[in-house]
Design a protein around this ligand. Sequence first.
Ligand code: FDA
Length: 503
Amino acid sequence: ASASGATTDAFIGCLAAAGVPPHLVQTPASPSYAALLLSSGRNLRYVAPGTARPLAIVAAAEPAHAQAAVVCGRRHGVRLRVRSGGHDYEGLSYSSLDPRERFAVLDLAALRGVRVDAAHAEAWAESGATLGEVYYAVGAASPALAFPAGVCPTVGVGGHISGGGFGTLMRRYGLAADNVLDAVLVDADGRLLNRTTMGEDLFWAIRGGGGESFGVVLSWKLRLVPVPETVTVFTVHRSRSQSASDLITKWQEIAPALPRDLILRVVVQNDHAQFEALFLGRRGRLLDHMGAHFPELGVTAADCEEISWIRSTVYFAFYSSANPLELLLNRTGETGRFFKGKSDYVQEPIPRDAWERAWSWLEKPEAGLLILDPYGGRMHSISPSATPFPHRKGNLYNLQYYSYWFENGTAAVEKRMSWVRGLYKEMEPYVCRNPRTGYVNYRDLDLGTNELEGNVTSYAKGRIWGEKYFKGNFERLAAVKATVDPDDFFRNEQSIPPLPAAK
Ligand code: FDA
């Protein structure tokens, strides 16, 4: 057998000896391997022929299977790519840039229970659950509770909370990671730890320090937050010819300063800007706020819809509140796409003429879109070192450049990727620089990738990309890594390197 065949056999033998049923372990020879690899792998750029494939996929059905994968992986030189929802922008949960890497995917999709304790406003969610499954369970348990997390219902809880996680409730309640009370994690020695046994440093690191680096988080205890039984939403479109540039220019100062019960985000695409709002209250008060703070947008009562919070999650995902709530439980969502994203933080309003230049990019045939998520409110009152996520006070909004497409082939990929990179370059003078920061959940390998120094990831090289996501928190993340995984078992192209011991 080849060296890699022998490694695979030893790894699989070890899993079987540890009690993992053989049908939960798929190798490229298994008929269901390809379908399982694709099942939640979102980005076709990383499943194209030529991409390094896992030597096995372990579909854990209980915590002990994840522990076995760690122990056997370490023993037999097989690294793990942990996958919850598979939405990683650069496919890091199911592929590797290094064609020689021997790795298995530890797929947590079957570990997806959500248990809500409405009386205590708490829930336990397993990492393989999707945000939609969490929202559905919370909504079913109480019309007055919610969980603050991202907009897309197929995103996995595991990766999302690991990187922070923001959505329509962030201005009132902060990130998903800001609302975690406890967690259960498999560490690099295969032990199952909770908040008490892992200690506060590791508990700090897993709430925003990015997935993969510190262990496998199996479940999260969430703090649920109160919401009124009726909230109000609207979506209005304003075209470029109807003064969208003026409105966006003005929005930059208004949106981060609005009352914290109100979020007004913007999606800019083709020739128009789409303003989307969620208000934790009734229509009348929302119209008062809009009239007082942003009359130029011209929002009317007819634009507004009063619904429950759980319906608002359907509304923002599918742009219609009429869809059945069960759509939140559809785990497959929009697969079969190629995509690329990049992000910036904006600290000073971008001038109108720069928006005009951005439009000329948005009107190109190969254009993608921009998403502007305003911070302020609760996001600004949390200290930048409270969690690894450092983008708090001082940041007006997160600016995301995003493109998705369906055509295969190098030319299509190149054309779309250069659009995203070109517009990102165009905006450089106007965004947070030194360093130019970004959001780890919008992972972007253009910011830099890890290199080895000896047998562990280089801290000096890692700082190049790491301080862009984590600023001053990067060093503390590396110190935690050095304590909990000094051999650097859990690693990928952008995992946290262990901080070298002081010489
Ligand atoms: P995936 O399983 O790919 O994991 C991501 C990373 O975390 C990988 O490195 C993986 O190895 C690691 N990981 C996964 N599970 C782990 C676990 N249990 N323990 C340790 N490490 C683990 N974000 C946001 O804040 N707000 C939003 O509204 C959206 N919307 C959105 C829409 C769409 C269409 C996409 C594709 C993405 C977003 N995101 C987002 C970004 C999203 O938060 C980010 O991609 C998450 O990391 C995805 O988590 P998954 O579990 O799905 O990814």
